[in-house]
Ligand binder design. Structure first.
Ligand SMILES: O=C([O-])CC(=O)C(=O)O
Length: 175
């Protein structure tokens, strides 16, 4: 806990998704408190960007990542894709190819209530990634699920369009 402001300067980055400021979630919580919800579920920080934030886009799917792949292939404009995979660790909802597509399309990050694969490569990408864990088994590609719906993860409502902030301490979202 510090008295420093929530934002600290960050080295400029060429990526269109890059924020010029890196937000520390603990400091942000101290500033804004109950305006924000905190997700208690212990996500791992798995991307090359540890601090990321942006407007929320959403996907709800179960062990099928076709919607995740298709949305991350469209312009992200600095958004964070939150994927509710119901916490399933049985299949990976994102690997390094889909993550590289997210980088190329200007997404700030991806939060997955589920698993990824290709941890080593994803850790090298300039992308924020939070997920519960990893599994080398791939997902189905049928396209089952929904996009841009409000999600309920760990008792926290995540509204499409709300701002989300992530860092190694956790995940904060506007109520
Ligand atoms: O295609 C998939 O299911 C995930 C994957 O391996 C990748 O993104 O590289």
């Amino acid at each position: 806990m510090t008295d420093s402001p929530a934002s600290t300067p960050e080295t400029p980055d060429a990526s269109p998704a890059a924020s010029s400021r890196s937000v520390n979630t603990a400091d942000l919580y101290d500033e804004r408190g109950d305006e924000l919800d905190s997700i208690s579920l212990q996500f791992q920080s798995l991307g090359g960007r540890t601090h990321f934030s942006g407007p929320v886009r959403t996907v709800r799917c179960l062990e099928d990542n076709a919607l995740v792949k298709s949305i991350l292939a469209t312009p992200g404009n600095g958004a964070v894709l939150v994927v509710d995979g119901a916490g399933s660790l049985r299949t990976a909802l994102m690997g390094d190819m889909i993550a590289a597509s997210a980088v190329a399309n200007g997404w700030a990050g991806v939060v997955i209530n589920g698993a990824i694969r290709d941890r080593g490569a994803i850790a090298e990408l300039p992308l924020g990634v939070k997920a519960l864990g990893s599994n080398p088994r791939k997902s189905a590609k049928a396209g089952a699920g929904e996009t841009d719906v409000d999600l309920l993860i760990d008792g926290v409502t995540i509204r499409a369009g709300a701002t989300i902030w992530c860092d190694p301490d956790g995940i904060l979202v506007e109520r």
